[in-house]
Write a protein that binds this ligand. Structure first.
Ligand SMILES: *Cc1c(COP(=O)(O)O)cnc(C)c1O
Length: 430
């Protein structure tokens, strides 16, 4: 099997190639690709929506962080820098999501901050306890919302998508009623990449008296977000996807000063106390966003988030979104020509205005094709059961040539049946 060679591209004979070259030449963000560590120039990395690449500046700073801040300065680094780091990075991240400087903080994992805000919202809503969401949400969000609703005597109402691609916006609005305490959705859905209309759904929830909690994990750093303008109550999101904060870097949370004032942190810990170093046995919440902290932050995982946020801010959300739309349109155009005739189907919205920054394709042999892509063709996408191949188009380091080459390599795999030698089903441990 390994004897059949695959052409790793580029594919200059294909008519799309010149277009890709032109688009790369005209790309105002092209130089950002060099700001990330790249070991293998032939590798096309399309999983930035799962784990963003390592910025060069982060790699260079991590040595100093461990050597100087931890090794030399030891516990003295807490008052010098570490204690305020989660708040400082929250302040830097705030403009990327249209939040006020004192409405965002870094804390815990996305699952944990989602739980804190969902439960806090349900407790704040005394006369109602149900949560409305959709069936395209990331599973952890469903587990968290179900657990929170159970504690306050409510249930989760899950609205179904008609096709597994589009968010059922009208049906969600119809499901909201006077028993709805909270509406919680992913801004961009993790599988199909559907982009919800935050403004519209937030307004509909407010109309029935519900609070809204958006999960921005798949949109922050890829799609412009304006939480204040859209009157959003609560939000959370990942920092290790498009923000390139590193594996397991802690999440961010947003609580609107105006709309979230009644929401309290249900997981009180000393980091949320108004005077942590008074070591008072009674809990008195900090009046700032710091009240949503619980315990000691993982500084080595937190510090890289600052560099990822700064790179994104430097590139600018407007330019990032423009390139993201352009990349996904280019992807769909060439996939339609070269891959759809080979049995692939688009599993993302056709309209770029309704897509985030990843595109999904379906194929009956998707798992075999993904294995061949990774092992034979140096393309790293990811696979979502049962037949979904997800292509994350991170605008800071994905080029139009990357997209073109990817489609050429996949076409070659399928045309030469190079995927058929791989297992048809995923081993449960991988
Ligand atoms: C990636 C992602 C998560 C991940 O949560 P962790 O607690 O960091 O594992 C949660 N929700 C959504 C919508 C995601 O895309």
């Amino acid at each position: 099997m390994a004897s059949t060679q695959i052409n790793l591209g580029p594919f200059p004979e294909d008519p799309g190639y010149r277009k890709a070259v032109h688009k790369d030449q005209a790309d105002p963000l092209a130089s950002f690709a060099d700001r990330f560590v790249r070991y293998d120039p032939e590798l096309v990395y399309l999983d930035g929506n799962s784990l963003g690449r390592l910025p060069v500046v982060t790699r260079d700073a991590l040595g100093g962080l461990t050597e100087i801040e931890w090794g030399e300065q030891l516990v003295r680094s807490w008052p010098r820098r570490w204690w305020n780091l989660a708040t400082d990075i929250g302040t830097q991240l705030a403009p990327l999501i249209g939040a006020g400087r004192d409405e965002v903080i870094i804390a815990d994992s996305t699952s944990v901050v989602l739980y804190k805000l969902a439960l806090g919202a349900l407790v704040a809503q005394r006369d109602r306890a149900n949560v409305v969401t959709d069936d395209m949400n990331f599973p952890t969000d469903n587990y968290v919302l179900t657990a929170a609703a159970k504690l306050t005597g409510g249930k989760v109402v899950t609205v179904e998508s008609p096709d597994g691609i589009h968010g059922p916006e009208d049906a969600i609005i119809a499901a909201l009623d006077d028993q709805t305490a909270l509406l919680s959705l992913s801004h961009v859905t993790f599988k199909s990449g559907y982009l919800y209309d935050i403004k519209r759904l937030t307004a509909a929830a407010h109309e029935v008296g519900a609070l809204v909690l958006w999960d921005l994990s798949h949109s922050v750093g890829a799609v412009p977000i304006d939480l204040e303008a859209d009157d959003v109550d609560l939000a959370v999101g990942c920092t290790y996807k498009y923000l390139n904060g590193g594996p397991g870097s802690p999440a961010f949370l947003y609580v609107s000063k105006q709309r979230g004032a009644a929401v309290e942190n249900p997981l009180t810990g000393w980091w949320g106390h108004r005077e942590p170093f008074a070591f008072d046995l009674d809990y008195h919440a900090n009046s700032s966003i710091q009240r949503f902290q619980t315990g000691t932050m993982p500084i080595l995982s937190l510090a890289p988030v600052e560099y990822g946020v700064a790179l994104t801010a430097e590139a600018g959300m407007h330019r990032i979104r423009q390139k993201s739309v352009d990349l996904s349109e280019f992807f769909v155009e060439h996939a339609s020509r070269l891959l759809m005739p080979l049995g692939f189907k688009l599993a993302s919205p056709e309209s770029a205005a309704k897509r985030g920054s990843h595109v999904s394709l379906r194929h009956p042999q998707a798992w075999q094709i993904v294995q061949a892509m990774i092992e034979r063709a140096k393309i790293v996408p990811d696979f979502r059961e049962p037949d979904n191949i997800r292509f994350g188009l991170a605008p800071l380091y994905t080029s139009f040539r990357d997209v073109h080459t990817t489609i050429g390599r996949i076409a070659e795999i399928v045309l030469k049946d190079l995927h058929l030698g791989y297992p048809q089903h995923r081993d449960s441990v991988t």
